[in-house]
Design a protein around this ligand. Structure first.
Ligand SMILES: O=P(O)(O)OC[C@H]1O[C@H](O[C@H]2O[C@H](CO)[C@@H](O)[C@H](O)[C@H]2O)[C@H](O)[C@@H](O)[C@@H]1O
Ligand SMILES: O=c1ccn([C@@H]2O[C@H](COP(=O)(O)OP(=O)(O)O)[C@@H](O)[C@H]2O)c(=O)[nH]1
Length: 460
């Protein structure tokens, strides 16, 4: 029997789950929480905890229209699936960093084993009419495994990272066995037209798939599926409202007082090498070096909660940034002024939105980023009468939509320093004009529009 499409329960599956009252910064968790809060449904994934055995117990919880079902991972599965293959192999590859890829066959086996376990548990939870929406590179083969277990429901996939060109993807050992399983989904969503081109190109030229006249792809073994771009977004109106009320919070007042009239530049990123933080610090140092008149007039606040500490590169970048922040302050600080405030802690949106609104400049300079929701949150949080300026990397998916930001190449310290200077000195009329244009984009394509567009396409 054909499943009833749009009326069915929504079952979201992702490795990271935003459990109530648990803080785990990351765009996937923020976005899916906003999407599910409205639509309701079941959210299945990793509990974020370790246990003796993977998936031995299913933890159930209900909160604000969302049913949560989560499982723990064993230490060995966490190390091979999450830290190993997902974040030690796939993540660097997907972020154009083959030099950082650490491929180990036992990590791949762990990855496949955890996907099989996810398929087993999920199989027991789904009903015939459910619409299943799987998220991200941790779970690429899940649909193929569910299909083998007889699941006939609509199953969609969304990739939250960039997708590099086929020429790079083929450097991944066993790439075809893994990536071809994507054909078991009914719809593959990516953030941008560039990611979509890369996906189609890979399927057409590396796997023998063909493109039909109706736009669907036919895999080498005859399965029909679609691929399309759906740029993820934020709860624009909700965050704008939150930013307005945040300004009366004690913590925001404390930040404002501490600035003593200086202009604030803000960066908010998970501590990840893809976010271009060392390059950002260098660009800021370059600005201080070439514009002494700005000393004491500006302060750079970088919020960088630690992430994926089980992976070596993440521990190394943490050390590198501590050195870099110390070096800049050592060189330029005065007894009453520190040019950099560097914080390895995570903050809730209730405060972040107020920090964004306090900042004259939002500095978002990843080397590669699927979307980058921080860029969008910064814009949504601004005061319409006196908005700040977004300096944004061309290599974040968000740059495709936020074309009125000051777009930069994050690897060019001089160009980023130029943009910072321009942002600091930008007249109010130009700030308003740019902000209005970006806000119009975010009001049109908010998180609801993203969810509705994706699910409509999946159920078509
Ligand atoms: O779950 P973690 O390992 O702690 O990492 C956090 C998330 O990082 C990545 O987020 C991506 O999704 C965002 C929303 O689409 C997007 O804006 C951003 O560019 C991506 O980096 C990762 O893809 C998620 O799976 C992680 O949960
Ligand atoms: O201290 C923090 C730092 C970040 N975030 C959130 O984490 C998400 C980061 O998403 P983004 O798409 O920018 O990058 P990702 O971390 O997913 O790669 C955004 O919603 C941030 O507001 C947060 O809640 N607290």
């Amino acid at each position: 029997m054909t499943p009833r499409p749009s009326g069915g329960r929504l079952v979201v599956v992702s490795n990271r789950v935003a459990l109530p009252r648990q803080s785990a910064p990351g765009g996937l968790a923020s976005a899916l929480q906003a999407a599910l809060r409205e639509r309701g449904g079941l959210w299945f994934g990793w509990s974020g905890k370790l246990a003796a055995e993977t998936g031995a117990e299913l933890h159930r919880l209900h909160d604000a229209k969302i049913d949560y079902a989560t499982i723990d991972l064993s230490r060995a599965d966490h190390d091979s699936f999450y830290a190993g293959f997902a974040n030690g192999t796939l993540w660097p590859m997907l972020h154009y960093r083959p030099d950082l890829v650490n491929y180990q066959r036992d990590h791949l086996h762990g990855y496949l084993r955890v996907n099989e376990l996810f398929a087993d548990r999920l199989r027991q939870l789904i009903a015939r009419d459910d619409i299943i929406w799987v998220h991200d590179y941790h779970l690429i083969p899940l649909a193929a495994m569910l299909r083998r277990r007889g699941v006939k429901n609509r199953i969609g996939f969304f990739l939250h990272t960039p997708l590099p060109a086929a020429g790079l993807l083929i450097a991944l050992p066993n790439h075809r066995e893994l990536l071809e399983t994507l054909a078991s989904y009914d719809l593959i969503g990516v953030h941008t037209a560039r990611d979509l081109r890369a996906l189609e190109d890979y399927f057409l030229h590396e796997t023998g798939a063909t493109m039909r006249r109706d736009g669907r792809l036919r895999s080498a073994n005859g399965r029909l599926f679609r691929a399309a771009a759906f740029p993820i977004s934020i709860d624009t109106a909700g965050l704008a409202g939150m930013a307005r009320t945040a300004m009366s919070n004690k913590e925001i007042g404390q930040l404002r007082d501490s600035l003593e009239g200086r202009l604030l530049i803000i960066g908010v990123d998970r501590l990840d090498y893809s976010k271009g933080l060392p390059q950002r610090f260098q660009a800021y140092a370059r600005l201080l070096e070439r514009a002494p008149e700005l000393h004491r007039r500006i302060t750079f606040l970088q919020i960088a909660p630690p992430s994926r500490g089980a992976v070596l590169e993440y521990r190394e970048i943490r050390r590198e940034l501590e050195r870099s922040a110390g070096h800049i302050n050592g060189k330029y600080a005065a007894p009453d002024w520190a040019p950099v405030r560097y914080i390895n802690k995570s903050f809730p949106h209730r405060l972040l939105t107020g920090y964004y609104r306090t900042a004259r400049v939002g500095l978002v300079t990843p080397l590669r980023d699927g979307m980058n929701l921080v860029a969008k949150e910064y814009v949504a949080s601004q005061d319409p009468d006196d908005p700040g300026v977004l300096v944004l990397s061309r290599f974040a998916g968000a740059a495709q939509e936020l074309t009125d930001a000051l777009l930069v190449n994050p690897a060019d310290a001089e160009e980023v320093a130029d943009a910072l200077e321009r942002a600091i000195n930008m007249p109010l009329a130009e700030r308003r004009e740019r902000w209005n244009a970006m806000m119009a984009v975010l009001q049109k394509n908010d998180i609801t529009a993203w969810r509705v567009a994706y699910l409509q396409a999946l159920c078509r």
